[in-house]
Design a protein around this ligand. Structure first.
Ligand code: ZN
Ligand code: ZN
Length: 341
């Protein structure tokens, strides 16, 4: 099997560089190809997990050599979601007919869904860093500054507390923009009496956290409080009710059923959650169309929301480990509607 997705290469070998191809033969040790920039690092990180080749020219020509050297390997699986057609052409070229190529999808990703103790510890640390950064940030948020400035304060604290990276673009959305589920931080200036939604994460050991809280700026009106209460109850009921072995659609249904019962079903248009790990969006899925059972050992998000266009929105997102004995909520930041600024 040829592995070309970098998170999958990292998962299988430990290599964190930005250029790598991994060949996993059926009958021989794996071969990792990278370039001169990673000569020292790759040996430290990979150890005995793979034989390393430093390619002076191109990884793809090196890969041809490796494949040609594998006697009796007529079939090669590749990751159809990650191998670019242009690279495939470059690789196969005049040798296209020599191998039988088998498209696969999600093979390594399926292994990644269950976390071991070391992976769980990394995610827990990423949660701890993120929550500490949010606490510091909310003490500094003031009306009159922009969403971009809030993102800047938060990202400063994340780095200061040891986050290796920002696993995705920090979402900061205020006022009517909080009704946009995936709003980027903008130049909009925060005002009193409106929502501020922050969706962000930290990274530790390559593993992500993914958290959302929605707070009120200076004051709150009864409608804001009522909608926030519904989302909070939906989050809590789904976090308490989700189980390994349950279908993703049934987990989604816990929160969706609650929100529909309160009359806001039309305003919750996205799915309930997703797995987190080396990537911020990975399996399993918690959605209306997700038939697969949730595997034990997965770390998932629970993130219902209610979005009223032109008015504002609320999302509360927690990270949950699906232990054999039941769900373990990793996030502990308060879920009550905090008033800041
Ligand atoms: Zn998120
Ligand atoms: Zn998420």
């Amino acid at each position: 099997m040829l592995v070309t997705a970098l998170p999958n290469v990292r998962y299988l070998t430990g290599f964190t560089g930005s250029a790598a191809l991994l060949v996993v033969p059926a009958e021989a040790p794996p071969v990792l190809l990278t370039d001169f920039r990673y000569d020292v690092q790759v040996r430290d990180e990979v150890g005995e997990h793979a034989a390393v080749r430093i390619e002076p020219a191109s990884l793809w020509s090196g890969l041809r050599d490796v494949l040609l050297g594998l006697e009796g390997a007529p079939r090669i699986a590749f990751e159809s979601a990650h191998l670019l057609h242009v690279d495939f052409e470059r690789l196969a070229g005049d040798l296209a007919g020599r191998w039988h190529w088998r498209a696969t999808i999600g093979m390594v990703e399926a292994l990644r869904e269950r976390k071991d103790a070391e992976e769980l510890a990394c995610i827990r640390e990423a949660v701890r860093i993120a929550e500490a950064a949010l606490e510091r940030t909310l003490r500094e948020v003031r009306t009159g500054i922009t969403e971009l400035q809030v993102a800047g304060i938060l990202e400063h604290h994340l780095r200061d507390l040891g986050s290796e990276a920002t696993p995705f673009e920090t979402i900061v959305a205020s006022g009517e923009r909080s009704a946009l589920p995936h709003a980027r931080a903008s130049h909009r200036v925060l005002q009193g009496g409106e929502f501020l939604l922050i969706d962000f994460g930290a990274t530790h050991g390559g593993y992500c956290s993914d958290i959302t809280r929605t707070v009120a700026l200076q004051s709150v009106n009864p409608e804001m409080q009522a909608i926030h209460d519904v989302v909070r109850e939906a989050t809590l009921s789904a976090s308490a009710g989700v189980r390994a072995g349950m279908r993703g659609r049934d987990a989604d249904g816990i929160a969706r059923g609650y929100i529909e019962g309160r009359g806001f079903g039309e305003l919750f248009g996205h799915s309930l959650g997703h797995g987190i790990g080396l990537e911020v969006h990975e399996g399993p899925r918690l959605a209306r169309t997700a038939d697969a059972p949730l595997p034990p050992g997965a770390v998932i998000t629970i993130e219902p929301g209610i979005y009223r266009p032109g008015w504002g929105g609320v999302r509360i997102e927690d990270d949950v480990y699906l232990a054999d004995e039941g769900p373990l909520v990793l996030t502990s930041f308060p879920r009550e509607l905090l008033i800041v600024g």
